[in-house]
Design a binder for this molecule. Structure first.
Ligand SMILES: NC(=O)c1ccc[n+]([C@@H]2O[C@H](COP(=O)([O-])OP(=O)(O)OC[C@H]3O[C@@H](n4cnc5c(N)ncnc54)[C@H](OP(=O)(O)O)[C@@H]3O)[C@@H](O)[C@H]2O)c1
Length: 226
């Protein structure tokens, strides 16, 4: 494991879905989970988000709670963590609200994405585009770059494809999974880890290190074992 600690923070329904079949369908707001997410994100130097999530949600999470902002200041962190979107294709609409949020923005991408995408020159003015491989994103290069830039704590907010890629690369140290007391169903609704999947005897195992219950909602903290 690297010196950078990487924590996944995701919420899923009791039937294991991170969104409904229609990812843009509005969700009921959930104060306990929002507070948990804000606290976890407030610990980060950098928040990683997949392009699919930014395309579905339009913008990223920002820290507003004054106590969390004060704690960041005491720790010598900037008011908001850097938000880094992972997008091999760079196929990101220029009118995404994310691109005008008052935060430091990075985009991890590939040379192929930079060369193929006609928006790249404009995107470059709105975010720092970081080329991390010819056609495939090289997580070793990403982590070396983050370490060189003084990043110690990464919080990754999904979605499932980004989580699968980080897990495959052996970069996830721990997980905070919220279990919402609701069932979305739908065989095409996404789950916390997409990708190709693992055969059971090669699947990453987890150790449960902490649990919290707020009403019917569960917050589970796991450490990755292998
Ligand atoms: N409940 C929750 O806590 C939660 C949290 C987050 C998201 N979600 C939901 O999850 C859904 C999105 O999940 P998703 O799995 O479709 O998308 P995602 O993981 O957010 O994004 C996938 C995209 O990220 C880029 N990417 C990921 N790994 C990459 C790699 N190794 N190299 C290059 N690019 C990489 C690719 O972008 P390009 O296509 O640009 O190449 C890929 O298409 C949305 O419905 C969202 O609302 C729910």
């Amino acid at each position: 494991m690297s010196a950078i600690q990487t924590t996944v923070v995701l919420a899923m329904t009791a039937d294991g879905k991170i969104s409904a079949v229609d990812p843009k369908a509005p969700r009921e707001s959930d104060a306990a989970d929002q507070a948990h997410l804000e606290y976890q994100a407030s610990l980060a130097d950098l928040v990683l988000v997949g392009a699919g999530t930014i395309r579905a949600e339009g913008e990223t999470f920002t820290i507003r709670n004054p106590e969390l902002l004060a704690a960041r200041k005491v720790r010598g962190q900037s008011p908001q963590p850097i938000t880094c979107v992972v997008s091999g294709s760079l196929d990101l609409s220029l009118d995404l609200p994310f691109l005008s949020q008052d935060i430091e923005r990075w985009i991890f991408t590939t040379r192929a994405g930079l060369e193929r995408n006609s928006n790249a020159t404009t995107l470059q003015k709105l975010a720092e585009l970081i080329d991390l491989g010819d056609t495939d994103l090289d997580w070793d290069r990403a982590y070396t770059l983050m370490a060189e830039r003084g990043i110690h704590k990464v919080v990754t907010l999904g979605g499932g494809s980004l989580t699968a890629s980080l897990l495959q690369a052996g970069r996830i140290d721990d997980w905070w999974l919220t279990i919402w007391p609701v069932i979305y169903g739908g065989k095409h609704a996404p789950s916390p880890v997409e990708g190709e999947g693992f055969v059971p005897n090669a699947a990453p195992h987890l150790q449960l290190v902490e649990t919290r219950q707020v009403g019917s909602e569960l917050f589970l903290h796991y450490r990755t074992l292998n």
